[in-house]
Design a binder for this molecule. Structure first.
Ligand code: SF4
Length: 323
């Protein structure tokens, strides 16, 4: 039976961003992945920054880090393929210790996760005795394991205020910590990690966008520098940005975050004009349909977490999810 009707029905999901010939060039990998998912009882979790052929084509669950962590708890499958970066695959493994978790490219890292080690946390505890440590999910399991609780960009303020203390350490994203500090009375001590994608945005970019695109509504991710967030109309995680566009339906909008985010939500909002300054995350873009297929065919690369680390790291993640 021809696969073209199936390819055409999926093409409707990406037609706003991709010529049909490009979509059809993915046919072999796309069809093989659908069959491999069925044969291996596998699901694919994809972050909002994945390319449209992954996000709209083969993913079973999509979202930001918080949504993926939440939904990972409920997965009924033998195999999870994480179309995202390594710390996300580790988080999925923490929450699904009995399942096989695969990441298609082991080099898919994150500048934030690389910016801090468990030894750094130990030094911070010595320097700030008794101050709780809130760890952004963009960290290794080993760092989570020596933290008190995790947070995401979507719940960071809520986590800070849930602890009922006057002062917290929030690591490793300096800008996220500074942006949350503007919204709470809790004193926040930051670390010096940065997202290599969001740190590229500058306040002048916002002013230039407003001049070039009159009336544009500017939404910034809280990993952007505080002066960018201050110039924006609204700041929030990728999930919150998506909700904002869906609810407010601005005529023209720009999302100051990774490129694929606009591509992935534009199809749902044909009446909204998306202005697209483009900062790509090189780590997210290591994941392709081709290496997702290889991951399922060759059971690679399996993500494991040392059991002792996993117990402590899971506690920090679950404490956040319980909020
Ligand atoms: S976009 Fe930034 S925070 Fe997200 S994976 Fe890439 S480097 Fe890390």
């Amino acid at each position: 039976m021809s696969s073209r009707p199936l390819m055409s029905s999926f093409y409707d999901r990406v037609s706003h961003i991709m010529p049909e010939a490009e979509w059809l060039s993915h046919e072999d990998d796309f069809l093989a992945i659908l069959e491999l998912k069925r044969a291996r009882n596998a699901v694919i979790l994809a972050h909002n920054y994945q390319t449209p052929e992954i996000f709209h084509g083969v993913a079973d669950i999509v979202g930001d880090s918080l949504a993926l962590a939440r939904k990972a708890i409920e997965i009924d499958a033998d195999v999870i393929v994480l179309a995202g970066v390594h710390f996300m695959a580790e988080t999925a493994k923490l929450l699904n210790p009995g399942k096989t978790v695969l990441i298609p490219d082991m080099e898919a890292g994150c500048s934030l996760a690389d910016s801090i080690t468990p030894e750094d946390i130990e030094l911070l505890r010595q320097t700030h005795p008794g101050v709780p440590i809130i760890t952004y999910v963009n960290t290794s399991a080993a760092v989570k394991a020596v933290s008190d609780i995790c947070c995401t960009s979507g719940n960071a303020k809520q986590v800070v205020e849930s602890l009922g203390v006057p002062k917290v350490l929030m690591i490793p994203d300096e800008y996220l910590a500074q942006n949350v500090a503007r919204e709470t009375d809790v004193k926040i001590i930051a670390w010096h990690g940065h997202c290599e994608v969001h740190e590229l945005f500058h306040a002048q970019d916002v002013r230039d966008l407003r001049e070039a695109y009159p009336g544009v509504v500017v939404l910034a991710h809280p990993e952007c520098p505080p002066e960018v967030v201050a110039e924006a109309d609204f700041a929030g995680s990728t999930a919150v940005m998506s909700d904002y566009v869906g609810n407010k339906k601005p005529a023209r909008v720009v999302l100051l975050t990774e490129c694929s985010m606009s591509d992935n939500i534009a199809q749902q909002h044909p009446e909204v004009e998306f202005v697209r300054p483009c900062n790509l995350c090189p780590h997210m873009k290591r994941i392709t349909l081709s290496n997702i297929r290889q991951a399922l065919e060759e059971n690679r690369y399996e993500v494991t977490v040392d059991p002792a680390i996993a117990v402590a790291a899971r506690r920090a993640v679950e404490r956040m999810l319980a909020l």
